[in-house]
Design a binder for this molecule. Sequence first.
Ligand code: HEC
Ligand code: HEC
Ligand code: HEC
Ligand code: HEC
Ligand code: HEC
Ligand code: HEC
Length: 314
Amino acid sequence: MALSGEESSCLTCHGDTGARNRMVQGGYLKSQGASLLRDIANELRKPYNHPVLTVQGVHRQLEALPEEVVNAARHSECVDCHNPHVVEKGKPFRGMQGRRVGNLITEIENEYELCYRCHSESANLPGNSSDKHAEFKTTNPSFHPVEGEGKNTVVISLKEPYVAQKKRPNEVSQISCSDCHGSDDPAGPKGPHGSENQGLLVLNYQTDDERPESEQAYALCYKCHDRVSILSNESFPYHSLHIQGRMSGQDGTSCFTCHDAHGSTQYTNLIKFNENVVFENAAGKLKFDAQGYSARHGSCSLSCHGVEHDAKDY
Ligand code: HEC
Ligand code: HEC
Ligand code: HEC
Ligand code: HEC
Ligand code: HEC
Ligand code: HEC
């Protein structure tokens, strides 16, 4: 076995059936085990992936993550997310180091702690990438409930089993990165190895402006939020006008124009404007003012599709 920390020594058993059969023939793997193992290599070759196969020679044993060196190359190897010595079925992160608490480094308990090793305060985050811990903090004005339960008592569009606050055992009020990021194949191996969907997402999410609305366009959001509720304006009275547009959908816009899928450090309701589409109004203002959680009233000052809003309220 190579001690490089690269993936090749893992993909002999966690790759395609051909590789696995060779391990069985060599006597390194029982045929019973081989039939249980999934093809992770196939996932990693999909267009949106963790760069396990493409980045070589960057991982170092005993490296410190989050990265502290600004220009360090970005990487992710199997062993950055799994400890092959102690991993157990159903406990894929067993033995992985997480946060530092005083002088101690605790083991990872929640999946997001693993992700934060490279997607939070890493000094080498790419320019188009943001600190996910900063976005999911439960002290933010709004956040998807990954680190903890949300602040709302009711989020009207939620579908079963999702709820804003858990009261019964079968209800789900917290979600994980993997609920949104992972294989496009629902029967594929678990985990964010690769996907055919942009953003390494489990379902399609259209982020461009001026595209027609459909079940498929915003499939990711409609997995948990009822499409009918959103489009019949049960919460924001102008949802359908914006999402579907007026001219047979050609002037509709994405959820992404107004919402951030992770959290908002500025506003309630996951509002974060896509500033490639939304601009300051003539008075130089670009902001959202909400009136508290259950009020369902607020106002916007901005310019979008050439339409001016000056404290336009709902
Ligand atoms: C000789 C074959 C072999 C090699 C090489 C190998 N594994 Fe495994 N791995 C297994 C088997 C068998 C299981 C148990 C599968 C089961 O019970 O479904 C397993 C389980 C796992 C699991 C847990 C899966 C789960 O169901 O939660 C992870 C993660 C994993 N291996 C990662 C790795 C990594 C990373 C490497 C490379 C450093 C590696 N393995 C190398 C055979 C192998
Ligand atoms: C060891 C570092 C490392 C860890 C741990 C890690 N990632 Fe990544 N991730 C990367 C790198 C490197 C990329 C490539 C882009 C970049 O440099 O950010 C990436 C890219 C991504 C992308 C964007 C893919 C795309 O095509 O747009 C998503 C989504 C993602 N990671 C989610 C996660 C999640 C969820 C976890 C936790 C389960 C996680 N990552 C853990 C290093 C890591
Ligand atoms: C509710 C669904 C959802 C959850 C939960 C979620 N994401 Fe995402 N994520 C998205 C969507 C949608 C995109 C693509 C649009 C965008 O960039 O906001 C994305 C993009 C990303 C990207 C690429 C853009 C960038 O900033 O680098 C990374 C990395 C990422 N997510 C990491 C994570 C991590 C880590 C977690 C958990 C701590 C997580 N996500 C949880 C929906 C989600
Ligand atoms: C960026 C982090 C990351 C990288 C890199 C990564 N994995 Fe995973 N892997 C995960 C996560 C997260 C899960 C799923 C956890 C869950 O939801 O159960 C997972 C799950 C798995 C499973 C269990 C799949 C199943 O359906 O039971 C295996 C096996 C596995 N990984 C092997 C590998 C191998 C081998 C590599 C390298 C070739 C690798 N992983 C690279 C994060 C990663
Ligand atoms: C895996 C399930 C899941 C997915 C997928 C999902 N959400 Fe959510 N969403 C939730 C839950 C649970 C809450 C309730 C959180 C709370 O109590 O504040 C929520 C709350 C919200 C809120 C209200 C937040 C607040 O603080 O008022 C908005 C807005 C939202 N989601 C938008 C989206 C958008 C846009 C997408 C698609 C990119 C999406 N959601 C995908 C589960 C999900
Ligand atoms: C023009 C901006 C805009 C667009 C586009 C938009 N939203 Fe919203 N959305 C809002 C505002 C503003 C609120 C807050 C309403 C309130 O005050 O309660 C909201 C509230 C929500 C909520 C929380 C309340 C509820 O209905 O459960 C969810 C979930 C949500 N939006 C999902 C979506 C999804 C999914 C899409 C895309 C299909 C989308 N939004 C597109 C502006 C927008």
